[in-house]
Write a protein that binds this ligand. Structure first.
Ligand code: SF4
Ligand code: SF4
Ligand code: SF4
Length: 304
C-alpha cells in the first residue's frame, strides 16, 4: 500500500506543480488511530501529507458541491476551481451523480482512481483481516476504479458475488416484520443529521426536514417525525445512492441506514435497469417520464 501511496503523492504533486489543478482533495492521518480525515492540498509540498490506506473510508465527493459554489462575497464573474479528488470507485460514482445533477462540471474535476482492497471498519478492527472489512466493501461488485481520469496502479479486492444478499433476506420477511425491523432501527435515531451531512447526495441548501414553509415535521424526537425524516431521505436516495456506507459510518447510534437505501437501489435497478454513477449518458429514472411507463407504483405492486 506504501507503493500506491507514493504513486498518489507523485501524481498529486505533478497536478499541483503543473497548474493542472488548484486543489487535490484526498486523505491525511486524523488525530485518532485508525482514522483519516479530508486533506485539502493546494501546493506540491502539501501533497506530501496525502495518505492511502485501509482507513480512507470517507466519501470525499460530499465536499464538492460547496467547493463549486460561487462565494457570496464575489460580485461579477467567477471561475470555478479545478479540483482533483482521490476516489474509491463508490466515491467516483458519487461524482458522476453530482455532475448529472448539475452540482459541478465534469471538466473541473480530475478523478484520481485508487485501487481498493476494501476499507476497514474501525469497530471491527480487532478482528482478523477479512472480518475487519466494512460491510459495504464486502458487498462491492466493482472495487476497481472505473471512469477515472488518472488511475493509480495497484491491486483491488475481488468483486463480491452478490451485493444484495442482506436486502433479499430483508425482503423475505413479512410486511409486518419489515416494518417492525425498520421502526426498531429508526427509533434509535437522535436526529443529529450526521448521516445527511456525510452523504454526497444530500447537498440541498435547505433540507425538507428543516423547512418551515411548509413545515413537514416537528423538531423533536417524536417517532413519527423520525420516521418521516428517514423515509423522506431514503426516497430522495432512489436512483442516487451508490452504497458507499458514509451515512452508516457517520451515525453515532450505529443505525444501518444503508440496508434500506440499498433496497431502493435494488428496486430501481430491477424496475428501470439503472445503476447510479456508472455513466454520464443515461438519465436518472426519476428525472424522466414516458406516457407508457408502468403505473404499478400507484395501482399496487405487480399490477400494470
Ligand atoms: S445514502 Fe448512504 S450509502 Fe447511499 S450514497 Fe448516501 S451516504 Fe452513501
Ligand atoms: S434528505 Fe432530501 S432534502 Fe434533505 S438534504 Fe437529503 S436529499 Fe436534500
Ligand atoms: S446519523 Fe444516525 S442518529 Fe444522526 S440523524 Fe442520522 S440516523 Fe439519526
Amino acid at each position: 500500500m506504501r507503493d500506491v501511496q507514493d504513486k498518489l503523492r507523485a501524481t498529486a504533486k505533478d497536478l499541483l506543480a503543473s497548474g493542472k489543478v488548484e486543489l487535490v482533495l484526498g486523505f491525511e492521518p486524523a488525530s485518532l488511530p485508525m482514522r483519516t480525515r479530508a486533506c485539502f492540498a493546494r501546493t506540491a509540498d502539501a501533497a506530501e501529507r496525502l495518505v492511502w490506506n485501509e482507513f480512507c473510508s470517507q466519501n470525499l465527493a460530499a465536499y464538492l458541491p460547496r467547493l463549486f459554489e460561487k462565494p457570496a462575497h464575489i460580485r461579477g464573474d467567477w471561475t470555478p476551481p479545478k479540483v482533483a479528488v482521490v476516489t474509491k470507485n463508490c466515491d467516483a460514482r458519487s461524482i458522476i451523480g453530482l455532475v448529472k445533477e448539475h452540482q459541478l462540471a465534469r471538466e473541473n474535476v480530475v478523478i484520481i482512481g485508487m485501487p481498493c482492497q476494501g476499507m476497514v471498519d474501525p469497530e471491527k478492527a480487532a478482528a482478523t483481516v477479512d472480518e475487519r472489512i466494512a460491510q459495504a466493501c464486502l458487498e462491492c461488485v466493482s472495487p476497481s476504479p472505473i471512469g477515472a481520469d488518472i488511475l493509480i496502479e495497484g491491486q483491488s479486492r475481488p468483486a463480491a458475488a452478490d451485493r444484495f444478499q442482506r436486502v433479499k433476506d430483508f425482503e423475505a420477511l413479512t410486511p409486518a416484520q419489515r416494518w417492525d425491523a425498520f421502526v426498531k432501527e429508526i427509533s434509535k435515531c437522535t436526529r443529529c443529521y450526521a448521516c445527511r451531512q456525510a452523504c454526497p447526495n444530500c447537498y440541498c441548501k435547505s433540507c425538507f426536514i428543516e423547512q418551515s414553509k411548509p413545515s413537514w415535521a416537528g423538531a423533536g424526537d417524536d417517532l413519527a417525525d423520525l420516521l418521516l425524516f428517514h423515509i423522506g431521505r431514503m426516497f430522495h436516495q432512489a436512483g442516487r445512492c451508490v452504497e458507499c456506507d458514509a451515512c452508516v459510518r457517520a451515525c453515532p447510534m450505529g443505525i444501518d441506514l444503508r440496508l434500506f437505501t440499498q433496497k431502493l437501489v435494488k428496486d430501481v435497478e430491477e424496475l428501470f435497469g439503472y445503476v447510479p454513477g456508472v455513466s454520464l449518458d443515461d438519465l436518472p429514472p426519476l428525472c424522466t417520464f414516458q406516457s407508457d411507463d408502468s403505473e404499478c407504483f400507484v395501482t399496487g405492486p405487480g399490477e400494470e
